[in-house]
Design a protein around this ligand. Structure first.
Ligand SMILES: C[S@@+](CC[C@H](N)C(=O)[O-])C[C@H]1O[C@@H](n2cnc3c(N)ncnc32)[C@H](O)[C@@H]1O
Length: 253
C-alpha cells in the first residue's frame, strides 16, 4: 500500500518508475513533464477525480500518488482509443494496489446521466475532439455541430462539483507546418482539422458556466525535463504540436 504522504521528489521518482515498468508513455522522458504540464498547480490532495477518456490511466495514477481520494477513469474504448487501454488501466491500478482507482467502460454522456456524485476535479486529455469528431471538425461554422458540443459542455458541467475544476487538454488545429501543407516534424499523425484552438473551448465552456483560469502551452519535454519551460509558449507550440491546457473553475453559485 502506498504511504499516505510522499514528498514531491519521491512522487516524481515513483511515477517515473511506474511509467517505465508499465509503459504508460511512448517516450519516457515526457512522463513527468506531461502530468506536471496538465495538472499545473491544481490541488489533488483529498480530491475525487474523474478522468474522461482516461486511456491507460496515466493521469489517474499521478492523481492517486499525489493524494487524490479516488479516481474514476472513464474508458469506453471508442473513437481515438488504443485497443485494450481500459483493461490496461485497470491492470496497472490493480498491480499498484490502488483500490481507490476504478475504470468504467462508459462515455461521458452515459456517466453524466448515471452519476449523482460530481467530482472535485475532472480531467480530459486528448479526448474532447473524439467525443464527436465530425461535430468537432465543423464547430467553427456549423450550427448543428455547435449544438452537439453545447450538450457536451453541459455533460461536463454535470460531473464537476460547484467549486470544482475541469482541466481540458488537446492540440489546436493551428500549426505552422500544415498551414504550409507540410507534415509537422514532431506531430506527424495529428488530424489537424479534427481539433479546435483554446478560444473555441473557452467560449463554449464559459457559456456552460465555467470560468477559465489558465491557458498554457505544452512542451512535450522535447528538450528534456530541465528545459521544458523554454517550449511552453504559444509561439513555440505552433512549431511543435500545438498542445494546450485549459483549466476551468466552476463557481459555487
Ligand atoms: C486519444 S485517446 C486519449 C487517452 C488518454 N486521455 C491519453 O491522453 O492518453 C482518446 C480516448 O477518448 C475516449 N473517448 C472517446 N469518446 C469518448 C466519450 N464520449 N466519453 C469518454 N471517453 C471517450 C476513447 O475511448 C479514447 O481512449
Amino acid at each position: 500500500m502506498r504511504p499516505a504522504v510522499l514528498d514531491k521528489a519521491e512522487i516524481g521518482r515513483q511515477y517515473r518508475k511506474i511509467a517505465e515498468e508499465h509503459r504508460l508513455f511512448r517516450r519516457l522522458p515526457s512522463a513527468l513533464v506531461t502530468v506536471r504540464e496538465i495538472f499545473g498547480s491544481v490541488c489533488l490532495q483529498g480530491a475525487d477525480v474523474l478522468d474522461v477518456g482516461g486511456g491507460n490511466g496515466s493521469l489517474g495514477i499521478w492523481a492517486i500518488l499525489n493524494g487524490a481520494r479516488s479516481v474514476t477513469c472513464l474508458e469506453p474504448e471508442i473513437a481515438g482509443a488504443t485497443l485494450g487501454s481500459g483493461s490496461r488501466a485497470y491492470a496497472v491500478a490493480a498491480a499498484l494496489e490502488m483500490s481507490n482507482f476504478r475504470v468504467l467502460p462508459l462515455t461521458l454522456k452515459e456517466y453524466a446521466e448515471a452519476t449523482t456524485t460530481p467530482a472535485d476535479l475532472v480531467v480530459c486529455n486528448a479526448t474532447i475532439n473524439h467525443i464527436d469528431e465530425n461535430a468537432c471538425a465543423a464547430l467553427g461554422w456549423c450550427r448543428a455541430a455547435q449544438t452537439k458540443y453545447i450538450e457536451v459542455s453541459r455533460d461536463f458541467a454535470k460531473v464537476v462539483k460547484p467549486g470544482g475544476r475541469l482541466i481540458l487538454a488537446d492540440c489546436s488545429r493551428y500549426n505552422f507546418w500544415p498551414l504550409l501543407g507540410l507534415s509537422a516534424p514532431v506531430a506527424k499523425t495529428i488530424e489537424w482539422d479534427k481539433h479546435q484552438p483554446p478560444r473555441v473551448w473557452r467560449r463554449l465552456f464559459e457559456q456552460a458556466g465555467f470560468r477559465c483560469e489558465r491557458t498554457s502551452w505544452r512542451s512535450q519535454a522535447l528538450l528534456g525535463e530541465k528545459w521544458s519551460w523554454v517550449l511552453q509558449s504559444p509561439l513555440v507550440a505552433h512549431f511543435t504540436s500545438s498542445l494546450f491546457v485549459l483549466e476551468f473553475y466552476k463557481p459555487t453559485s
